[in-house]
Design a protein around this ligand. Structure first.
Ligand SMILES: [Zn+2]
Length: 306
């Protein structure tokens, strides 16, 4: 049986409900969001305008591709006086930390590395086969906000995209603003900037260029649900016309960490495989992303149906 696919984004019956609307097959998310999509030009114009008033800012720096592009833009396009602050959660790729140092030096931007313990978040996510990303990102932002407040900054620039929502600027507690500098920037443009900078990024499984946990947690999430934790975000980027469908499908494949990465993450977090819920016996067999299209992964739950 072939799964019905959304004609706009990368969702199919394995990840969303598909309906026929005026002769087109669309997923429930496209049906809901297509009439209200923000205008990318408008969002970027507002961002440009806002950035004109930003003299100094904290730049949330992970050493990954998006924050490198954000740093580049903050310096070269907006000429902002920035300090790069990296929150090292303990399971960053070494290459990403090296990259962060090299890029900061290249752009003559001061770099501060804050070490923090995210073990509780990662341990909990991996045991339950869930993604740690949103809790990790919340804690990171909260540490950065604290840093900004203590050092008299009003703005935090991040390399976030804007797959959902329509404003690149968000007011946080304490009167500090988060500026999502990559909002509505097409993937292609980002890749071109990186190419010009000439930075070599680590090859990591999952949609990341800096975090070792994502590949492991993503593999487990895929096992539990049958699709990648990045799937919704990637589908949204395609819907907005910011990412090529083929590339998104490639990025949405279930991550396959090396044995070395798997062991490193589990050892560091002190987790035995027997504690991981979706690896316990009695779980339905996981249907890999590659084999989808011929098999039914069954609704949003990802549990295989026969
Ligand atoms: Zn869709």
């Amino acid at each position: 049986m072939v799964l019905k696919r959304c004609e706009v984004c990368i969702n199919d019956e394995g990840t969303a409900r598909i309906e026929e609307v005026n002769g087109r097959f669309l997923c429930s998310e496209c049906i809901k969001q297509l009439p209200h999509l923000p205008d990318p030009e408008k969002v970027r114009k507002e961002l440009d305008e806002f950035m004109r008033g930003v003299d100094r800012a904290v730049l949330a720096f992970s050493g990954g591709k998006d924050s490198i592009v954000a740093l580049h833009l903050a310096r070269k396009r907006y000429n902002a006086d920035i300090i790069a602050v990296m929150v090292d959660h303990g399971l960053m790729s070494e290459k990403a930390i090296e990259n962060a140092k090299a890029i900061a030096e290249m752009y003559k931007v001061p770099l501060e590395i804050m070490r923090a313990d995210f073990t509780d978040i990662f341990r909990d996510a991996i045991r339950r086969c869930e993604s740690p990303c949103s809790r990790c990102s919340d804690r990171t932002m909260s540490l950065l906000r604290q840093y900004a407040r203590e050092h008299g900054f009003r703005y935090i620039i991040t390399g976030h995209e804007l797959p959902f929502g329509s404003s690149a600027v968000r007011r946080m507690r304490g009167g500090i603003y988060q500026i999502r500098l990559l909002a509505m920037m097409p993937e292609q443009e980002r890749m071109e900037i990186l190419k010009r900078i000439g930075v070599e990024l680590p090859e990591l499984p999952g949609y990341t260029t800096n975090c070792l946990v994502i590949g492991v947690a993503g593999k487990l999430f895929c096992r539990k649900y049958g699709f990648s934790p990045e799937h919704r975000r990637l589908a949204a980027l395609v819907r907005l016309g910011l990412m090529d469908r083929k590339r998104a499908e490639e990025m949405a494949k279930c991550p396959e960490p090396t044995k070395e990465q798997w062991n490193k993450v589990l050892n560091k977090l002190g987790i035995r495989e027997s504690e991981i819920e979706c690896l316990k016996t009695g779980q339905r067999e996981f249907v890999s992303h590659e084999s989808r299209g011929t098999q039914n992964t069954g609704g949003g739950s990802g549990v295989a149906k026969n």
